[in-house]
Structures are given as structure tokens and as C-alpha cells.
Write a protein that binds this ligand. Structure first.
Ligand SMILES: Cc1ncc(C[n+]2csc(CCOP(=O)(O)OP(=O)(O)O)c2C)c(N)n1
Ligand SMILES: [Mg+2]
Length: 798
């Protein structure tokens, strides 16, 4: 249905305002209140401009409160300007764009105040996030948790060069497998990237690819002015010229202006009567307005395209645009970092009728009366429900998660046992767990859980092997009530799905407790996705297994060294590497609570550490003897704070062995052998280098800030009683730097053992010996630290 004239005029006026405000925000940050150490705000002005009409059409007319949008990173000023007009963003933050606590240069869920749905910045990730957010909405809906809430559309504003990111293609395939719905991707087809002009005919590739995956494709190429001109005599020739003009040339002409267009048109079309009259009838400005009236800059065309969608299939809109449209550097291939000079800004300001000193006034320069604009903005569908962030109740976590004990087990096996126990019960906690794995469900021990809880799909699909009564250990039934999402082998998708599942309380008002399993080395493959999931404050648990060189017989290529350091360094992720299954059960229980805790700027009250977040469990396939012990509250606390004494040191302790994870048997054995030479020896079980380190950093800050001069972190309390000349040997199947800082806590000499090179195959014993993390390696290190007298006993070679 054609858009009503009055509405069109208001929307066009608002879009003009958005272009002004976003450009002024950038100009202000560069020339008026520079707050960025001389660094110009690049990559925003031109990138933003190309989306002004499309975003104005969406936010001021098309979007409903339940829709969620991932905004192209560099369109952040446009997003902030729109929210400013709604009264959701402050002038102060815009004036402080990119400054400390000012509006962010890429929309941020956690740092911006104006109702950002998805944080973007790393191109490609926001796009795929909308696809997975839609699958999560389907999951919530299929489980009957949407109640009366309408389904939202998950919308992404995509740069055309952003489409180069491989994660988008990985997501597309997964979306197809899961019958994706309610997803719109709007490609800002400005045919420019950061460096250059994109290849010819890219749209055709996009079109066939999206159709191939079952998407509807809507191409919005010509605006109203163009369409009207095409209907004039000679219009067909003009259209043909536009359609065949190379991207570079079109961009260059847009930059050069109406005169250049006229010359080129005349040169190339020649004198053909009708079309020449069509061109001659327009002055240079008019001709430029016509030639830059591509679909993406035409409010009526965009609204019509959006409103024409009457189905829930995914849609890709390819909207033709000009990068930097309406600004002096429109179309120039170097315009990514283009900025208006103060003189250009003054000229443009005058053309916009903006008086000096009134730049931030909402309706300055518009001809419409402010009251009617106010009234219009108040009735916009998008803002009808105020803030769009939802919340969900905390799901209770039992005091103890149980598992069926065995004398010897691996932590990976234990992980499967804890989940199996949860799957057998009928707790609310179990009903909110949703697992996902990139084709390693079985090999990461999720099989028992999946057998009981089933796989998720919107339509039932029975396991044929089961219906045919062919014996199989695993039951692969799909149903809308299933609780496992099986992904193809793409770790990128896994973490973006975690990000979407982990935001469900805020987006769907329904709390989910997502758990991902993958092989530990492949965390690196999707590190940016993991980082962004954490940055958005999505909450999930990652079980990464097998890990380290301990997976020895599996082969050198799968060994992970750096992941414990990632675990320490990744913001928003509490990392653990338990050695024993009883520790793991405690950590998982703590983890489910941690995943639901509110984040607070100032951190946790008592420890100063980050409150709430996601959880990373680095697990192992090594079967080791399990301790038979009572889980006391003190032990429980030690495990979740990061360490406890497995053998408490006495007052004359000269050596402490501190170990993490699967090397526990070597540490225990070395302690035993050393015991013959050294009487007073401590054995410290470290379950989380990350929590220990974070607690230590936070404690120093608490003391420095004089909030509590007596406050000690957990590791300080553990190490303070040790004599000053006590040596510490740390050992981990991972990079030695993971524990290498522990000597600094109270000034003890130390040796940090670990793995620095990977790839060698062999038995666990071969490899531990090779890397010096076997019992004798630990004893050698202890000897080098201690005490003069040589050690009496070592382990015999077998
Ligand atoms: C993962 C990642 N790599 C590189 C960048 C730097 N970068 C920002 S924008 C951009 C080009 C974007 O081009 P396009 O998507 O076409 O958007 P346009 O600027 O044309 O609107 C690049 C390379 C980034 N933000 N993220
Ligand atoms: Mg582009």
C-alpha cells in the first residue's frame, strides 16, 4: 500500500534530522570537544550516512517493540541519534561520543544506555547473532514459554563488505537446517568497503545464495525519483545506463556531482532525443538528486519493501545505497575515514537551516511544527512498551549436584554423569538447561543427557535406528520439547548460539541455562565469538574437553596449550580446571548460580571480583583415582574460590607443590616421594587459576582504595603462613604462565612447570616426561628450589 503523504513527509524530515545529529555528533567529537587523544573518529560518517533512511524507516515506522536489531557497527551514531530523538539517549553522552562513559562508537548492550539489542563492532558477528536469536525464540516458543508475547523479528543491518566474513556463511547453513524464521538481513549495498569499491555483480551472488538457503530476497534498487524518470520518455535508456554503469564509476560520479553525471551521460548515451531531453530538463542539483535516489535512500521505497513482507520466512533485503550520501565526500572511495572540514560543515549547516548554538535542538531546521513531530514520535510503534529489556526469575540451584561415583573417572566422564543425574530428575534447573555441541555431542559425553532429554527441532523426527530396532547406544529423537541443539562442525556457530541462548532472559524474558561442549583446542577457532558473547553479558557454560597434551593418544594436533591463559584473560568468563569429579560437581552448581547473578559495575561486595558471568570448564579424558572424602562447606568454598590444601603445610614448610587439573596424580606422587627428603611439604590443589588471580588483583585494589585495609584474597590467605624461604613448584598441563605469577603473591621463589610446545604424540607418560611435568620433573624443580640437600627418591622408569 502506498505510504500516506503526511507520514512520508514526517519520516523524511526525521531522517534528515538523524543525518544531521549523527554527523554533528562525529564533527563535535573531532573538532569541538575532541576527546580522543588526537585520534579522529574515522569510519563513521560515511558508513553511517548510507543507513540513515533505512534505519529511520525501521525505527520510526516499521519496528515493533518485540523486534530486535543488530546495527552495523559504524552506524552507531545513527542509532544514537534516533534514540536521542526518542528521548532514550542524552545530549551529554552524544557530546561525549567516544569519550569516557560517552556514547559508544559501536553499539554496546553493556556500556550504552539507549536500549541496544546486540553489541556489534567485530563485523559479521552481529549478523549471525540475529539468526541464532531467532532460533532461540523458536526454542522458547516451542517449549511453551512465550506466553502471550508476540514473536519478534530479528533484524540485522549488514554492510556489503561485512558479508565477506565467513561466520555469516556458517550461520546461514545452520539456519537452513533449523528452518529459520523471523529473520531479516538488510544489506547496505553501498558497494564500498573500508579500503575500496567492491566487486561488480556481488548482488547476484548474494541473491542466488540467499534463495538457495530458502530466503526471500528483495532488491530495492531504485527510489521514487528514479522510478518516475524511468516512466518518462527516454527513461528506459537511462535505466539501462544506470544498470550497466560500473560500481567505481557510479561512486566517482556521485562524488563529482550533477555536472559530471551530465557529461558522462551525454558522452555515453549520446544524443538520443527523448533521454537527452529527460537529462536536459534537470539542472545539475536536480540531476544529482535523481541519480543518487537509489532505493536505500528513498523512504517510500524502503517502507514499501518492508511492509510488503507478509510471511515469516527469512528475508534478505539488498538496498542500493551510496556511502556518505548527502555529504561532501559521498561516493569517494577513500571516504571510510572521511570527515567534513569545519568549513564544509558550516556550509552544510547553513543549508540545513541550523543556527549556531542550536545544533542539538531536536527539531531545529525542520519546517514541521514541533508539537506534531513530538506527537508523531510518541505514537511510533517501536517505543510503545518503553524499555525493551526483559528479565526472568532466578532458577533455584540445589545445594549439591549429585553424580554416580566411581573409584576412577575422568572429569569429562564426571561432567556427563552430573548432567545425566540432572536429566533423570524433574528439577526446574534441568528443564532450563539447553545443551549444544558442534558435532561432538557423543565424544564430549553429552550422550546420556541427550538420550533422556532429546534433541530440539520444531517438528518431531524419530530416530530411525530406534524405530527399526537397530541397537544403538544413542537415541537421536528430535522434538519441539528436546533440550539439545545439535550443530554442524562450526565452533563459531556454537559460541554465537551461546550468546543468543545466554541473552534469553533479557530478550525473551525466559531464563535458559545453556551449556556448550567442544574440544578444548577449538576454542581458539571461535575466540572472537566467545569474546563477543561475554562482551554482551550473555550467560552460558562451556565444557571444553579433551584438553592439553593429556589427550595424548588422540594425536598431537588436538593438544591445547593456551586455553588456560584464555581462561584467565577472558573478561566475563570464570574458568576452572578441576582434577576430581566431586570438585567438578561443586563448580557446576556454583556455575549455574553464577550464570544467573546480576552483574554489578563495582563487582562482588566481599571479594571485589566480577559478579555474575559465564563459566568455562577445562576438562580431561584422563581417568584418575578419585578421593573418597566428605564435601565440607570449607572444601566447597576452597574449590569455588580457586584452591585448597590437599596436604596442609606445617610451620616449617620448605616446598609447596601447586597443581591444576589432570596432572594431579603426578603432583601427589611427587609429594609422596619428596616426603622422604623434605618433612614439611604442602600440596595445593588449584581448581581455578582465573579466580585466584582475579581475587588477588581485586584485593590489592580494595586495600589501595582503603575500602578494607585488612582484606586478603583467597591465595594470599593460603600462602601467607608459609615461611619466606619456602619454594613453590606449580604444574599444569597448559602454558606455565598460567600459574607463574603465584610466587609474587607473597614473594616466594618458584618454578612454573607446564607445556610450551605441542604436536608430539605418545602415551600420557611419554608426553609428561617429555615436557617435564611428570613426577620426576616436579621433583627436579623442587630440588632446584630447595634447600641444599639433594632429594633422596625419584620415580623409577617403567
Ligand atoms: C572483524 C573485523 N575486521 C575488521 C574490521 C574493520 N572494519 C570496520 S568497517 C570495515 C569495512 C566495512 O565495510 P562495509 O561492511 O561495506 O560497511 P560500510 O562502511 O561500507 O558501510 C572494516 C574492514 C572490523 N570492524 N571487524
Ligand atoms: Mg559497504
Amino acid at each position: 500500500m502506498p505510504i500516506e503523504q503526511n507520514r512520508l513527509q514526517i519520516l523524511t524530515a526525521l531522517a534528515r534530522k538523524v543525518l544531521w545529529l549523527s554527523s554533528w555528533t562525529i564533527h563535535n567529537a573531532n573538532h569541538i570537544r575532541p576527546n580522543n587523544d588526537g585520534l579522529k573518529v574515522g569510519g563513521h560518517q560515511a558508513s553511517s550516512a548510507s543507513l540513515v533512511t533505512i534505519m529511520s524507516a525501521l525505527y520510526f515506522s516499521v519496528l515493533k517493540p518485540e523486534d530486535r536489531v543488530a546495527v552495523k557497527p559504524h552506524a552507531s551514531p545513527v542509532f544514537h541519534a534516533i534514540q536521542y530523538l526518542f528521548g532514550h539517549q542524552t545530549r551529554e553522552k552524544l557530546e561525549n561520543f567516544r569519550g569516557f562513559k560517552g556514547a559508544q562508537s559501536y553499539p554496546s548492550r553493556t556500556k550504552d544506555i539507549d536500549d541496544v539489542d546486540f553489541s556489534t563492532g567485530s563485523v559479521g558477528l552481529g549478523v549471525a547473532q540475529t539468526l541464532f536469536a531467532s532460533l532461540v525464540q523458536d526454542y522458547v516458543s516451542a517449549h511453551g514459554w512465550m506466553k502471550d508475547r508476540p514473536e519478534g523479528r530479528m533484524i540485522s543491518l549488514v554492510g556489503d563488505a561485512e558479508m565477506d566474513e565467513g561466520n555469516i556463511f556458517e550461520a546461514l547453513l545452520e539456519g537452513w537446517k533449523h528452518g529459520l524464521r523471523n529473520t531479516w538481513w538488510i544489506v547496505d549495498y553501498n558497494r564500498q568497503s573500508l579500503d575500496a569499491v567492491v566487486r561488480e555483480g556481488l548482488w547476484e551472488k548474494f541473491e542466488s545464495m540467499f534463495r538457495n538457503f530458502g530466503w526471500d530476497v528483495v532488491i530495492v534498487k531504485y527510489g521514487r525519483l528514479m522510478q518516475a524518470a524511468f516512466a518518462e520518455p527516454g527513461g528506459a535508456a537511462l535505466k539501462h545506463w544506470i544498470d550497466t554503469c560500473p560500481n567505481q564509476m557510479y561512486a566517482a560520479l556521485c562524488f563529482q556531482g550533477g555536472g559530471a553525471f551530465r557529461k558522462r551521460l551525454n558522452d555515453e548515451i549520446g544524443d538520443q532525443g527523448a533521454v537527452s531531453r529527460l537529462i536536459d530538463a534537470r539542472g545539475d542539483d536536480e540531476l544529482l538528486a535523481l541519480m543518487s535516489n537509489l532505493g536505500g535512500h528513498d523512504m517510500a521505497s524502503m517502507i514499501e519493501a518492508f511492509e510488503s513482507i507478509d510471511h515469516d520466512r527469512p528475508v534478505c533485503f539488498i538496498a542500493y545505497t551510496i556511502k556518505g550520501v548527502g555529504l561532501p565526500f559521498q561516493g569517494h572511495k577513500d571516504n571510510h575515514a572521511g570527515l567534513m572540514t569545519p568549513t564544509q560543515m558550516e556550509t552544510w549547516r547553513a543549508r540545513q537551516n541550523i543556527r549556531p548554538g542550536y545544533e542539538w535542538d531536536k527539531y531545529e531546521g525542520l519546517t514541521q511544527d514541533p508539537a506534531s513531530l513530538d506527537a508523531f514520535l510518541k505514537q511510533v510503534p517501536f517505543v510503545q512498551q518503553g524499555t525493551r529489556r526483559l528479565s526472568a526469575d532466578v532458577i533455584e540451584v540445589p545445594a549439591h549436584l549429585s553424580f554416580k561415583p566411581a573409584p576412577s573417572m575422568s572429569t569429562q566422564q564426571g561432567f556427563g554423569l552430573v548432567l545425566n543425574e540432572l536429566a533423570r530428575g524433574d528439577s526446574e534447573l534441568a528443564s532450563r538447561i539447553v545443551t549444544a555441541s558442534p558435532d561432538v555431542t557423543v565424544s564430549t559425553n553429552l550422550g546420556a543427557w541427550v538420550n533422556r532429554r532429546g534433541l530440539f527441532a520444531r517438528a518431531e523426527k524419530a530416530d530411525l535406528f530406534r524405530s527399526e530396532k537397530i541397537p544403538s547406544t544413542f537415541n537421536w529423537d528430535f522434538s519441539p520439547k528436546g533440550q539439545h541443539i545439535e550443530l554442524g562442525i562450526a565452533e563459531s556457530n556454537l559460541f554465537i548460539l551461546m550468546s543468543a541462548l545466554g541473552l534469553s532472559s533479557s530478550i525473551n524474558g525466559v531464563r535458559l541455562l545453556p551449556i556448550a561442549t567442544l574440544y578444548d583446542p577449538f576454542i581458539s577457532r571461535a575466540l572472537d565469538q566467545l569474546n563477543y558473547a561475554c562482551y554482551q553479558d550473555a550467560r552460558f557454560m562451556v565444557a571444553a574437553t579433551p584438553s592439553g597434551i593429556t589427550l595424548a593418544p588422540e594425536g598431537g594436533a588436538h593438544q591445547s596449550i593456551a586455553t588456560p591463559l584464555i581462561g584467565i584473560a577472558q573478561d566475563g568468563l570464570a574458568s576452572f580446571e578441576p582434577a576430581f569429579v566431586d570438585e567438578l560437581a561443586v563448580i557446576m552448581g556454583w556455575g549455574f548460580a553464577h550464570m544467573q547473578r546480576e552483574s554489578r559495575e563495582q563487582g562482588d561486595e566481599a571479594s571485589g571480583m566480577r559478579s555474575g558471568g559465564s563459566v568455562y570448564l577445562r576438562l580431561s579424558t584422563r581417568t584418575i583415582e578419585q578421593p573418597a572424602r566428605m564435601m565440607t562447606p570449607e572444601l566447597q568454598l576452597g574449590i569455588t574460590d580457586g584452591a585448597y590444601w590437599l596436604r596442609r603445610p606445617g610451620p616449617n614448610c620448605s616446598i609447596v607443590i601447586a597443581y591444576t587439573g589432570a596432572v594431579a596424580p603426578e603432583a601427589i606422587e611427587a609429594t609422596g616421594l619428596l616426603g622422604d627428603s623434605v618433612r614439611d611439604i604442602g600440596l595445593l590443589a588449584i581448581t581455578s587459576a582465573d579466580r585466584l588471580h582475579a581475587g588477588w588483583t581485586a584485593a590489592r585494589k580494595i586495600r589501595r582504595d582503603r575500602r578494607n585495609p585488612q582484606h586478603l584474597s583467597h591465595i594470599e590467605k593460603l600462602l601467607k603462613p608459609l615461611p619466606r624461604d619456602c619454594g613453590i613448584v606449580t604444574v599444569i598441563d597448559g602454558h606455565p604462565a598460567t600459574l607463574g605469577w603465584i610466587g609474587s603473591v607473597c614473594g616466594h621463589r618458584m618454578e612454573a612447570l607446564g607445556v610450551e610446545h605441542f604436536g608430539q604424540t605418545g602415551t600420557i607418560q611419554d608426553l609428561y616426561r617429555h615436557h617435564g611435568i611428570d613426577a620426576n620433573g616436579i621433583i627436579d624443580a623442587a630440588e632446584s628450589l630447595s634447600l641444599g640437600a639433594p632429594v633422596l627418591h625419584r620415580k623409577m622408569a617403567v
